[in-house]
Design a protein around this ligand. Structure first.
Ligand code: FPP
Length: 258
C-alpha cells in the first residue's frame, strides 16, 4: 500500500519514514435523508449525527489523525426552515453537554471556527467555554466549523488584511499566500490532507475553499448518522492509495527511459 506523502515534493524522492499525522476534514452530510428513510423528522437525523460525531472523534487518534475538522453549520444553512435551524443551533450544546469533560480529560483541544455574529449569546458562551476549558490541550485538535462558509472566511480575511494595509501595518507588496492564510480562521491549523464527504454527494459546499487546495477528496456512500470507525478507516485507507504531487512530478517519471 502506498503511503501518501504529506509534504510537497521538492525533487528528491521522499525517504521512507513514519507517515505524518493527518488532518481530516469531514462534511457531515446525510442526516436529513437518514431521518426520511426512517419516517422520522429531520431533527432526529441531526441528533443521530451528533452520535456519529462522538464515534468519529473517538476513532480518529488510532488512525493517525491529529486534526479533525467537521462542518456543523454553514452560512447557507440559515435558509432552512426555522424549526430545523433551531435544532441545528442546539447541537453544540447537546454535544458538549455529554462530551466536553471527556474531551478535556483526553487532551483534545476544541476550536469553533465560523462567524460568532448571528449566534445566540448562550451558544457563543458554550463555544467560548469549550475553547477555554481545552485551551491547554494538544494531543488532538477538534475544529468545528459552525456558521462557517469558506467564502465568508476568505472575504473576512481580505477585509482584515485590507484594514491592516490601510493602517500601515502591512505593505501591500508583502501579501502572499502565507500572509493571506494567516488571516483565515484556520491560521493555526495545517491544511487538510483529506476531505471526506459521506452521503454520496460530491461537492465542497463552501467548505475550506482556500485550505482544500491540495487536499485529497474521498466520497463515501454512507449517510452521516450511520458513520463509524469502519468508514473513517476506509476513508484513510483510500487516502493512503493516493500519490500526492502538489503540482510537482515524481523525479523517476520525468525522463523516459529505453
Ligand atoms: C447536513 O445534512 C448536516 C448538517 C447541516 C448538520 C450536521 C451537524 C451534525 C451532524 C452534528 C453537529 C454537531 C455539532 C457539535 C455542531 P443534511 O441535513 O443536509 O442531510 P440531507 O442532505 O440528507 O438532507
Amino acid at each position: 500500500m502506498a503511503v501518501a506523502r504529506t509534504q510537497p515534493l521538492t525533487g528528491a524522492p521522499a525517504a521512507r519514514e513514519a507517515p505524518a499525522p493527518l488532518h481530516v476534514a469531514i462534511v457531515m452530510d446525510g442526516n436529513g435523508r437518514w431521518a426520511k428513510r426512517r419516517g422520522l423528522p429531520r431533527t432526529l437525523g441531526h441528533r443521530a449525527g451528533v452520535e456519529a460525531l462522538k464515534r468519529t472523534v473517538a476513532a480518529a487518534p488510532d488512525l493517525n489523525i491529529r486534526w479533525l475538522t467537521v462542518f456543523g453549520f454553514s452560512t447557507e444553512n440559515w435558509s432552512r426552515p426555522a424549526a430545523e435551524v433551531a435544532e441545528l443551533m442546539a447541537l453544540p450544546k447537546r454535544y458538549f453537554e455529554s462530551e466536553l469533560g471527556r474531551l478535556e480529560r483526553d487532551g483534545v483541544r476544541v476550536r469553533i471556527i465560523g462567524r460568532r455574529e448571528g449566534l445566540s449569546q448562550d451558544l457563543v458562551d458554550i463555544c467560548d467555554e469549550a475553547e477555554a476549558r481545552t485551551a491547554a490541550n494538544d494531543r488532538f485538535f477538534l475544529q468545528i466549523a459552525f456558521n462557517y462558509g469558506g467564502q465568508a472566511d476568505i472575504s473576512e480575511a481580505a477585509r482584515k488584511l485590507a484594514g491592516d494595509v490601510a493602517a500601515g501595518k502591512v505593505a501591500a507588496d508583502d501579501i502572499d499566500e502565507a500572509l493571506f492564510a494567516s488571516y483565515l480562521s484556520t491560521r493555526d491549523t495545517p491544511a487538510p490532507d483529506v476531505i471526506v464527504r459521506p452521503s454520496g454527494e460530491q461537492r465542497l459546499s463552501n467548505f475550506m475553499l482556500w485550505e482544500a487546495a491540495y487536499a485529497e477528496f474521498v466520497f463515501q456512500d454512507v449517510l452521516w448518522p450511520d458513520y463509524g470507525p469502519e468508514h473513517l478507516k476506509a476513508a484513510i485507507d483510500e487516502f493512503h492509495t493516493r500519490e500526492r504531487r502538489y503540482g510537482g512530478a515524481v523525479a523517476d517519471d520525468v525522463l523516459a527511459t529505453g
